[in-house]
Design a protein around this ligand. Structure first.
Ligand SMILES: C[S@@+](CC[C@H](N)C(=O)[O-])C[C@H]1O[C@@H](n2cnc3c(N)ncnc32)[C@H](O)[C@@H]1O
Length: 246
């Protein structure tokens, strides 16, 4: 409860920092729509209370980058900030309403663009190579849509397409076959570090990792680890050309 209340206060502060009183008003409107009118197309980045904190953590990776892709960019908070550092920055999301909002908010930013695209196992290899990929709280969406093995193969394609991966897995549940239980966010750093090391060993280098507390789309408390991963040593198995699921 304490985290929840703190998160709400943080959220108001974050909304105010982002866009002043009008942004706070929009956040309150979204909250009411979500809670009482069952609307689900609310503003994701209006709800996350840790956008600025996460950006401060990520910025050193992006500030020298020439090119950045933000997979599952929602309303483009990070895509815009990456472009503002001078990088070419492309946000991708499959939700029309989110891409629309992202485009409206990036009106005057050079080198910033958004693509509406549903990334799946049939098209993920079309991702171009860039310096940095932001892949934050998307892995479990892929797992839900395609199964763990396919989602993991897609994750490998993503690692292959960048030198630095900013990876945020869901801190409240495990990504693991045949295991559907909830994960205590307090254990998620250890869980995901172990998972990455077991799957990829020396092929990747986890340079930094930190927990970020937030709430889960107007609901419960949550904390996610964010990993900064050097993926230059990772090589994609080119013989695997699609879904590894049987
Ligand atoms: C939980 S939000 C995370 C937003 C942002 N990355 C962040 O961490 O603040 C996940 C986003 O990924 C998008 N998404 C999920 N699956 C996708 C897919 N297969 N292709 C493109 N976008 C996807 C969703 O529409 C949503 O906006």
């Amino acid at each position: 409860m304490a985290i929840f209340m703190r998160a709400k206060l943080q959220r108001v502060k974050e909304l105010y920092t982002t866009g002043g009183a009008s942004e706070v008003g929009r956040g309150i409107k979204d909250f009411i729509y979500y809670r009482f009118f069952n609307r689900t197309d609310v503003d994701y980045h209006g709800e996350r209370v840790d956008n600025h904190e996460r950006w401060e953590y990520i910025e050193p990776e992006v500030s020298d980058a020439g090119s950045v892709i933000d997979i599952g960019c929602a309303e483009g908070f990070f895509t815009r900030r990456a472009a503002a550092t001078g990088a070419f920055s492309l946000g991708i999301d499959y939700k029309e309403s989110r891409v629309q909002r992202a485009r409206e908010r990036a009106d005057n930013i050079d080198g910033c663009g958004f693509v509406k695209w549903d990334i799946n196992s049939a098209n993920v290899t079309k991702l171009p190579e860039v310096d940095v990929i932001l892949f934050m709280t998307v892995h479990h969406h892929w797992e839900k849509a395609s199964g763990l093995d396919t989602a993991e193969w897609m994750f490998q394609v993503v690692m292959d397409r960048c030198d630095v991966l900013v990876y945020e897995p869901p801190g409240d549940r495990p990504l693991l076959k045949n295991e559907n239980g909830l994960l205590d966010p307090a254990d998620s750093m250890e869980y995901y570090t172990g998972r990455l090391e077991a799957l990829y060993g020396d092929a990747i280098d986890i340079r930094r990792a930190q927990m970020f507390e937030h709430t889960k789309e107007f609901k419960n408390e949550r904390g996610d680890p964010v990993f900064i991963i050097d993926t230059t040593g990772f090589e994609l198995d080119e013989s695997a050309t699609g879904s590894p699921d049987p």
